[in-house]
Design a protein around this ligand. Structure first.
Ligand code: DLZ
Length: 471
């Protein structure tokens, strides 16, 4: 994948294109939409049970995706597109992409299917079968919301023995021109990570992410999810995630003005009782297409040039997006299929039940898992240092850890989740992604500091839990 893939099998009696837009492709600049014509083509969006149940996603994650899909369909309709939208409770809904694409082709007699490459190998395999199954050409276009195409990453990787994010990141800085002064990095350094490890001072206050009230369309989705996915892990309400571009942009603007100035200093920190610190909770909007990653980086760069954000914070944020995020996507497509089966240490234990219930006397794990159940969110240090490190020390099968992260986090899509879990966190790839297992470092996360009396630190819990995991 990476270049345009076309399977030419024209059907002479049909006309126009069917443009399938997936639940994590909610971007007006999407390559499939750019290749289509609103006058002749149909946009197809489908709510299908299989996507919610191939792993039994957190209820809040399903609600986020379906609500954002419905709002995006309205946005496209207002922009003049003919949108064919199939809801989950449509009586004819077949429950999967194959069935819904076949039904739409029959409804509209289109001659061709156009789609932007999906974020998951499983879905790409489904699409590759369509020319044979449906007897029509299928054009799969690169996802140019990423700075590096899959082909570009493959050529960069070449036959290198070790792939290191830092060198790839420098290429991305040069390619985008972000924080560059000609050929040199802004401030004379590529990476300010060493400045980003401060402990949280006593009494520090943290901004809270914007909480958006569900409108009528989102409330319909919440009811649907409550009815259809009652047995899935996690709390559905209160539901406050952004589900429109406008809401996502407001959330991000608040992050840039209030959290980002301190994000760099404390991005590796944890503090007891604090869910977000200076993290933005914006990945869940970015990973479904409500925010454009490059535009976000440009906004952060502008805030730096305006003197609102220090360089280490701006660089730290930009590195996460055009460095790490792009790098792990490259690794995913370079190594799939097969990457999700890797198990370097041969770990075989089952995931402990408390990953679903949060009921453990280990206070840090109870807090991180309780928060995950409530919010479908934990910041990356909680994921890496708590649930990730524990799983590796305990010898849990990496495939089980992978399925858990993919299930429970609203921002988790396989292209980004699998390399982070299997590579960075579990070292299941034997060192392709990271130079050593994270757990092998004796250092604590920066500034881990409990706000509670020492006597209660190892025993406190984050409220009652009643989560049910996949069975
Ligand atoms: C995750 C998800 C869910 C829960 N539901 C849908 C859906 O009903 N329709 C859809 O188009 N996409 C959904 N998704 C996102 C897909 O699973 C995602 O596009 C693939 O995993 C590829 O990244």
């Amino acid at each position: 994948m990476g270049a345009n893939i076309s399977f030419p099998m024209p059907n002479s009696s049909a006309s126009g294109n069917l443009v399938l837009v997936l639940g994590d492709q909610l971007s007006p600049e999407l390559s499939s939409l750019a290749a289509a014509d609103p006058a002749t083509d149909y946009v197809l969006m489908v709510e299908v049970a299989e996507e919610a149940t191939y792993v039994r996603h957190h209820k809040k994650k399903i609600a986020l995706i379906l609500a954002a899909m419905r709002h995006f369909a309205a946005e496209l309709t207002a922009a003049g597109w003919r949108v064919d939208y199939v809801t989950l409770d449509d009586p004819g809904n077949t429950g999967n992409f194959d069935g819904e694409v076949a039904r739409a082709v029959a409804r509209h007699h289109t001659a061709r299917i156009i789609v932007t490459e999906p974020g998951e190998w499983r879905v790409l395999e489904i699409m590759r079968r369509w020319p044979a199954v449906l007897g029509m050409p299928v054009t799969i276009l690169p996802d140019d919301r990423f700075v590096a195409s899959i082909d570009m990453f493959k050529s960069w990787a070449g036959d290198k023995k070790q792939l290191r994010m830092e060198y790839f990141y420098r290429e991305m800085r040069r390619k985008t021109g972000l924080l560059m002064q000609g050929p040199e990095p802004e401030g004379g350094r590529w990476n300010f990570d060493a400045d980003n490890r401060k402990p949280v001072p006593k009494g520090m206050r943290f901004p809270t992410p914007l909480r958006h009230s569900p409108d009528a369309a989102t409330r319909d989705v919440l009811k649907l999810v409550a009815d259809r996915f009652a047995g899935h892990f996690g709390d559905l309400e209160p539901f406050w995630f952004p589900v429109t571009r406008t809401q996502a942009e407001a959330s991000f603007a608040l992050f840039v003005s209030q959290a980002l100035p301190s994000f760099g200093d404390y991005q590796d920190a944890m503090a007891s009782g604090e869910q977000y610190l200076f993290h933005g909770v914006v990945a869940l909007a970015m990973n479904i297409g409500l925010l454009n990653p490059l535009a976000m980086c440009q906004q952060v760069e502008a805030a730096y040039h305006d003197g609102q954000v220090p360089l280490p914070a701006a660089e730290g944020f930009i590195r996460q997006i055009i460095g790490w995020r792009e790098f792990v996507r490259g690794i995913y497509w370079l190594k799939m299929p097969g990457y999700t089966d890797l198990n370097y240490f041969g770990n075989t234990r089952a995931l402990p039940w408390f990953y679903w219930s949060g009921e453990t006397d280990m206070a840090c794990l109870a807090a991180a898992i309780g928060q995950t159940k409530a919010e479908a969110y934990a910041h990356h240090i909680q994921r890496l240092m708590l649930t990730g490190n524990f799983a590796l020390i305990a010898g849990i099968a990496p495939s089980e850890v992978h399925a858990w992260y993919l299930t429970v986090y609203a921002d988790a899509f396989e292209w980004v989740e699998a390399p982070n879990t299997l590579g960075m966190s579990q070292f299941a790839d034997g060192g392709l992604l990271g130079s050593k297992p994270y757990v092998s470092s004796g250092a604590r996360a920066a500034g881990w500091r409990s706000r509670r009396p020492a006597s209660s630190r190892c025993r406190d819990r984050q409220g009652p839990t009643s989560g049910t995991g996949p069975s």
